[in-house]
Design a binder for this molecule. Structure first.
Ligand code: AVJ
Length: 324
């Protein structure tokens, strides 16, 4: 389980500029703004990571199982994009399950470099991969994958394959997604390959259901950010006074998640008071969806050449191979 495993994601460049790296400063900046917002990266404390793992098993939440089915079915093809004695560099390793599918299908890989902000989590996952795949060099890097970081010097002379599954890229504003891919290209270097998982635009009812599950797990996941502020920042949010609200915004090609105040109320958190009107929301997440073409265009804009795309039979999810 990936406690604290998902790395820092910028909600948008504007929000990044407004908020510093501390959770308290971030909360004060986001809740002082109009409309109110918080970055999705703060969902993933231990409780939130647990809830996200639960989300991935929900019947309505198709992305995780669909991507896994694509990686399984297309593993041999994908391995064709992995050069001899290459290093697989995974950006923001939540769980190594997906990387293991690639590693199993590509015995020519010499090294696996999981990059994650949580050193503790990385150490445990790295040990497990070393035990199961002893012929591969496992070289974890504890870093914020959205920033510049140095690859381990052991892989300096190896070809690199970047791996960014899970449609985590959907949490970025499109301009920030472009900037991320450009940055990944700088880290990996010319001649590299990048394998990226991207959720696709589809029937609105399917999208809405994936973020409004009948069991209410996504609601708990969303509301956990209030509980986290109570735990860590001395907040007094009454969770019953807020409602999970998620919907597909057709014009912006994104799922938006909000927490809506059920009444007019004042909340204290991080030593500050914040007023909520009845019906006012905190915007807690965007999850952008792409078409195969719109993602190709974004990758091209970031300097990557599109090589191929794998999808499932419903065209719900896509895995792209890009070359630099
Ligand atoms: C981890 C960002 C891919 O957007 O689908 C799941 C997070 N939020 N349910 C997504 C999430 C609500 C997830 N990502």
């Amino acid at each position: 389980m990936a406690a604290l495993a998902r790395s820092a994601l910028r909600y948008s460049a504007r929000h990044e500029a407004a908020a510093s790296d501390s959770f308290a400063d971030h909360v004060v900046a986001g809740l002082s703004d109009t409309p109110k917002w918080l970055s999705a990266k703060y969902f993933y404390d231990a409780a939130g990571s647990e809830l996200f793992e639960e989300i991935t098993r929900l019947p309505e939440y198709y992305p995780t199982r669909t991507e896994l089915s694509i990686l399984e079915r297309c593993a041999k093809d994908i391995s064709g994009y992995v050069p001899l004695s290459a290093a697989l560099v995974e950006f923001g390793t939540g769980s190594t399950k997906k990387a293991r599918l690639v590693i199993d299908a590509a015995p020519q890989l010499a090294a696996y470099v999981p990059v994650d902000i949580s050193a503790e989590f990385l150490a445990a996952e790295a040990a497990a991969v070393r035990r199961d795949v002893p012929w591969i060099a496992v070289l974890p890097v504890a870093a914020d994958f959205t920033r510049d970081f140095d690859l381990p010097q052991q892989i300096r002379s190896r070809p690199r394959v970047g791996f960014f599954p899970g449609s985590t890229i959907g949490n970025f504003e499109p301009e920030d997604a472009t900037e991320f891919l450009r940055q990944a290209g700088r880290v990996l270097g010319p001649g590299s390959t990048m394998i990226v998982g991207v959720d696709l635009i589809k029937d609105t009812a399917v999208l809405d259901a994936a973020y409004n599950d009948a069991a209410g797990v996504t609601a708990q996941f969303n509301l956990n950010i209030l509980a986290r502020m109570n735990r860590e920042l001395g907040g007094n949010f009454d969770l019953a006074s807020f409602r999970h609200h998620a919907f597909y915004n057709v014009g912006h090609h994104r799922i938006e998640m909000h927490l809506e105040s059920r009444k007019s109320q004042t909340v204290t958190v991080a030593g500050r008071r914040f007023e909520f009107r009845k019906g006012e929301t905190i915007h807690t997440e965007n999850s952008y969806k792409y078409t195969i073409d719109s993602f190709r265009a974004l990758a091209r804009e970031a300097g990557w050449r599109w090589a191929t795309t794998w999808t499932d039979e419903n065209n719900y999810f896509s895995v792209h191979a890009l070359r630099l």
